[in-house]
Ligand binder design. Structure first.
Ligand SMILES: Nc1ncnc2c1ncn2[C@@H]1O[C@H](COP(=O)(O)OP(=O)(O)OP(=O)(O)O)[C@@H](O)[C@H]1O
Ligand SMILES: [Mg+2]
Length: 336
C-alpha cells in the first residue's frame, strides 16, 4: 500500500481555501466531488483527503472512468459471479470490494455512461450493490471521491449526466484553481520541482535566472501544474548550467493575441452566469488584475518592495497593504 509522501505546494489564497477544506472533507461521510481543469492536482488532492483521514490504513483505489470501455466498467467496479457471462469461469471481485474500508477515487466521472451512473447512484444511496450475474447484494463501506475536468452541470443540462447522481455527488465539492488563477504559486512550484528533479538526476542545486522567472510567470499554463512539472523536468535534463535561463524552458509560442486583460480572460472562460451581478464581476476582475499586476511587478523587481512600489507609483505602505490583501509573500519572488 502506498503511503502519503507528497506535499501540496501553494500559498495563494484560492489554493489555501481549497486545501483548508481537506481535514473536513476527510472526516465527512459524504461523497466528495473535485472539479478542476486538467493537471490542477485533483488526484493529489483526493489522496490528501484519504491519507489525512481515518481511512488512511485502508486502500486508496483510483479508477479512471474514461480509460475503461463501457462494456468493462461495470465488471471492473462491481465484479461478477461465476458464469455471469461467457468466459466468467470464476467469481471476480470489483474495485468496490477492493476499496472496502478505504476510498474509491472515480477519476473523470463525467465519462461514465448512463447505465453505470444509475448503478453508482444505488450504491451511494444504499452502500450495497450486486456483482454482475449475482442475485445477492453485497455491502461495502467505501468513501467515494470523484473528479471531473468538465462542468457536470452542463452535462446534466444536456442529459448526459443524471441529475440525481449529480446532487448526490455534489454534496461536498471543491474547485481546484487553475495555475492562471494562482500565478503567485508558479515560482514556488517551479522551485519545488527543480529540487525534486535535480535530486533525481543527480545534479547539484539549480536556480532560476530573472529572465526565466518572467517567462514562467507570463505563460498561461493551459496544462496547469502537470505541464509546469514536465517543463521543469525537461529543463533540468537538457540544461547544462546550474542557473536556468529563459531559453532553457521550452514553452509553446505564447505570442497569440491573448484575450487582453483580465476582463476578457474571465469572459472567455465563460464564467459569467446568471448569479454574476455587475458588481460581483467587477470586483473579481479588479482582484484578478491586482494580483496579476503585483506578481508580474514583484517578479520583475525580484521581490524588492521599494523598487516595485516606485515602479507602480504607489506609496510603499499602501503597496504593502495591497500585497497583504492578496496574501503575496515577496520572498517568493527573490532571485533564487
Ligand atoms: N499543489 C501541488 N503541489 C505539488 N505537486 C502538484 C500539485 N498539484 C499537482 N501536482 C503534480 O502535478 C501532476 C498532476 O497532478 P494530478 O495528477 O493530481 O492532476 P489532475 O488534476 O488529476 O490532472 P488530470 O485532470 O490531467 O488527470 C502530478 O505529478 C502532481 O504530483
Ligand atoms: Mg487526474
Amino acid at each position: 500500500m502506498h503511503s502519503w509522501d507528497k506535499t501540496l505546494i501553494g500559498t495563494s489564497k484560492c489554493f489555501l481555501q481549497a486545501t483548508g477544506m481537506i481535514p473536513l472533507l476527510s472526516v465527512a461521510k459524504s461523497t466528495v466531488l473535485i472539479s478542476g481543469e486538467t493537471g490542477t492536482g485533483k488526484e493529489l488532492f483526493a489522496r490528501a483527503i484519504h491519507y489525512t483521514g481515518e481511512r488512511r490504513g485502508k486502500p486508496f483505489v483510483p479508477v479512471n472512468c474514461a480509460a475503461l470501455p463501457d462494456h468493462l466498467i461495470e465488471n471492473e467496479l462491481f465484479g461478477h459471479s461465476k458464469g455471469a457471462f461467457t468466459g466468467a469461469l470464476n467469481e471476480k471481485s470489483g474495485l468496490f470490494q477492493e476499496a472496502n474500508g478505504g476510498t474509491l477515487f472515480l477519476d473523470e466521472i463525467n465519462s461514465l455512461n448512463l447505465t453505470v451512473q444509475s448503478k453508482l447512484l444505488r450504491v451511494l444511496q444504499d452502500q450495497e450493490f450486486r456483482p454482475l450475474g449475482s442475485t445477492k447484494s453485497q455491502r461495502v463501506d467505501v468513501k467515494i471521491v470523484a473528479a471531473t475536468n468538465t462542468d457536470l452541470r452542463c452535462l446534466v443540462e444536456s442529459r448526459q449526466f443524471r441529475e440525481d447522481l449529480f446532487y448526490r455527488l455534489n454534496i461536498l465539492s471543491v474547485l481546484l484553481p487553475s495555475l492562471r488563477d494562482r500565478k503567485e504559486d508558479i515560482l514556488l512550484l517551479t522551485t519545488h520541482f527543480l529540487r525534486i528533479y535535480a535530486k533525481e538526476f543527480g545534479r547539484g542545486p539549480i536556480t532560476l535566472a530573472p529572465s526565466s522567472k518572467a517567462k514562467l510567470m507570463g505563460y498561461p499554463w493551459p496544462g496547469n501544474v502537470r505541464e509546469l512539472e514536465g517543463v521543469v523536468q525537461r529543463a533540468v535534463v537538457m540544461a547544462a548550467g546550474d542557473v536556468l535561463e529563459a531559453h532553457d524552458f521550452d514553452l509553446p509560442d505564447n505570442k497569440q493575441p491573448e484575450p487582453v486583460g483580465p476582463t476578457m480572460a474571465l469572459l472567455s472562460r465563460g464564467q459569467i452566469t446568471d448569479e454574476c451581478s455587475f458588481q460581483k464581476m467587477k470586483t473579481r476582475v479588479i482582484e484578478e488584475f491586482e494580483r496579476t499586476y503585483l506578481c508580474e511587478l514583484l517578479s520583475a523587481h525580484q521581490g524588492n518592495i521599494s523598487q516595485a512600489a516606485r515602479a507602480a507609483k504607489k506609496e510603499r505602505r499602501a503597496f504593502q497593504r495591497l500585497l497583504h490583501k492578496h496574501g503575496l509573500d515577496r520572498r517568493v519572488f527573490f532571485a533564487a
